[in-house]
Design a protein around this ligand. Structure first.
Ligand code: HEM
Length: 568
């Protein structure tokens, strides 16, 4: 056949196809959509798991649910209805059985973080920066973590305590100055967030950001972070959307060429703090590294986090670049402020809602004070060492962590290619799986039938029962098991690196505030409102503060003890 004949045939078949498409476009679109939905429904054999029908065919279901800002409630209801495994998306399963934790988050199991975390990467000069928190590359992560692990060890914690002391003393004084006997009350969540931000600033840069001094959101960073989390939570359910929105390639390119500035304010914020700290030794050459380069002569002896990150850069220059140093600094504010403030807020909220627990805690603190065991009777500041001798305080904090974990979504991981057996279910490689602390922390077989009640006593050996049928050894075993199942800091290789720092803050500031103030709800009839934007933030938590007469040592021996402790 001639070539002109071919082109005539080709032209004819194209026009037939075109006319079929124009005539039948609607049924074609419907058939393609149905085919796609059916493919989703049977994806990876997940059709055998229960869950909302819509969730099984499209991720828009979970996008919509997270947009509603209470997905943890949906997840609780779904698990109550369907059992231990619930399908939340065409490729996504939520596990409620605590046995799943060891498999999904255990060391060397090969699970990697899902693209939900990529959405959380900061953008600087048009480039996405994978941080310790947001990287999905396990090898990169383990090298990174090895480089900076020492900065977060228990022994490093001792060096950070003076930083926490500075900020906590100021916090106590400012609470008195701004809110004591103030009939307008205090937006407690915001105030605690200012505290958490200033502590992390001081530990990272030896310099407070100034939130507490000014009682103001410096550079709008707190407001910015809240908005960012409101974005990442739903968009993280369909990570592709991020490529159309904040990480749109055109937008990023324009930013790389310098036409617009797409740098996340939190990164800009950290850069300003570094510039203040490092002086003129940082580069602003637009062709230079993404982030300012620290002066090589910078003192790495100061015991703050930044110095430790810089020391890691000196020890491992092949890996720990300047960009990674600053990524760590940014992460501290990103991961360490809202989470700590939420946890602090829930400790106070549950104490105020449960007067019996608050009374017991006050009695413990007052007895400790009367015995002269505190070292500071001027400012009310409690040391870390002292806080560790207060078992009821420990129980109150753990119970608040249980009731209200900061992270409000399943911590998503992708099953390795060969698939995995998770809590008795074989799940194919590539499936997104996860557990949520809001589900795990309410398992009756671990915490008892009264999981919905705030009951710090569950964390303590009951002396009466120990003498009776449920022996001490048995109770201690149960408490150990409860501790092992707490999931508020995650688990395994990606567990929270800032856990010790946040515990240092929480175990110091809670008893210190209670020694100094009577605290109550502004209106006990008003409930707080929860907004789950990845972290479950409280709103409308208004508190009133009244100065409290500090309880002093009683008797000669107690006074001597207190004087010795203060001297030490
Ligand atoms: C009560 C306060 C805190 C809570 C509830 C909390 C919670 C968490 C959780 C659940 C994870 C694991 C996320 C996952 O597996 O998907 C995590 C990781 C992380 N947290 Fe925290 N966090 C807190 C405080 C802090 C603080 C104060 C810092 C910084 C000083 C911090 C820095 C980080 C970092 C860098 C990671 C990533 C660790 C890695 O992947 O190796 N967090 N946190």
């Amino acid at each position: 056949m001639s070539s002109s004949g071919e082109s005539i045939d080709g032209g004819a078949s194209r026009s037939v196809l075109l006319s079929v498409i124009t005539q039948y476009w609607l049924p074609i679109v419907i058939a393609a959509t149905l085919g796609w939905l059916a493919k989703n429904r049977f994806n990876n054999g997940l059709n055998r798991y229960p869950g909302p029908l819509l969730a099984s065919i499209t991720d828009w279901w979970r996008f919509w649910d997270v947009l509603g800002q209470r997905p943890e409630v949906t997840h609780q209801k779904l698990h109550a209805k369907h059992g231990d495994v619930v399908r939340l998306g065409p490729n996504s399963l939520s596990f409620a059985d605590p046995k799943a934790l060891k498999t999904i988050y255990g060391l060397n199991k090969g699970f990697v973080k899902s693209d939900f975390y990529v959405v959380q990467q900061s953008v600087v000069k048009g480039h996405s920066l994978a941080s310790l928190f947001s990287t999905t590359d396990n090898d990169f992560h383990s090298q990174f973590r090895r480089c900076i692990n020492a900065a977060f060890s228990m022994s490093a914690l001792v060096q950070y305590e003076p930083f926490v002391d500075n900020t906590t003393k100021l916090f106590l004084d400012q609470t008195e100055r701004l809110f004591a006997n103030n009939i307008d009350g205090c937006d407690f969540t915001k105030w605690l967030q200012f505290y958490a931000f200033d502590v992390i600033g001081e530990i990272t840069y030896s310099k407070r950001h100034g939130f507490i001094e000014k009682n103001e959101d410096i550079d709008g960073i707190v407001g910015y972070l809240s908005k960012l989390f409101l974005y990442v939570a739903p968009v993280g359910q369909i990570p592709f959307l991020d490529r159309l929105l904040l990480k749109n390639p055109i937008y990023l390119k324009l930013s790389q060429w310098g036409f617009i500035d797409s740098t996340f304010p939190v990164a800009r914020f950290a850069r300003t703090r570094m510039a203040e700290r490092l002086g003129p030794g940082y580069l602003q050459d637009p062709k230079g590294p993404l982030l300012p380069v620290a002066d090589a002569k910078v003192d790495t002896k100061s015991p703050d986090l930044l110095s430790k990150f810089l020391a890691a850069r000196e020890a491992r220059p092949d890996f720990m670049s300047d960009t990674l140093v600053q990524t760590m600094a940014v992460s501290m504010a990103f991961a360490g402020s809202e989470t700590t403030a939420i946890s602090l807020g829930s400790v106070f909220y549950y104490l105020l809602r449960n007067p019996a627990a608050l009374t017991s805690l006050r009695e413990e603190l007052d007895d400790f004070a009367r015995r002269g065991e505190f070292s500071d009777y001027e400012t009310g500041l409690v040391t870390w060492g002292e806080s560790q001798k207060l078992p009821y305080l420990d129980a109150c904090i753990k119970e608040a962590f249980r009731m209200h974990p900061a992270a409000g979504l399943p911590l998503e991981r992708i099953v390795p290619p060969q698939g995995a057996e998770i809590a008795g279910h074989f799940v194919k490689g590539g499936t997104i799986v996860g557990c949520s602390a809001w589900i795990i922390h309410r398992r009756p077989e671990i915490w008892g039938e009264d999981v919905e009640a705030y009951r710090p006593e569950r964390w303590l050996v009951d002396a009466k029962a120990a003498a009776g049928s449920v022996g001490r050894v048995e109770q201690e075993k149960k408490i150990r098991e409860m501790n092992g199942m707490m999931f508020q800091f995650g688990m395994g290789s990606r567990t929270c690196i800032g856990k010790n720092i946040s515990l240092l803050e929480i175990y110091k500031v809670v008893p210190s505030l209670l020694r100094r103030f009577e605290i109550r709800f502004k209106d006990p009839n008003e409930e707080w409102q929860l907004v789950n934007a990845w972290f479950v933030k409280q709103q409308n938590f208004q508190a009133m503060f009244e100065p409290r007469q500090m309880v002093r040592p009683e008797g000669h021996d107690a006074e001597k003890k207190a004087a010795a402790a203060a001297h030490a």
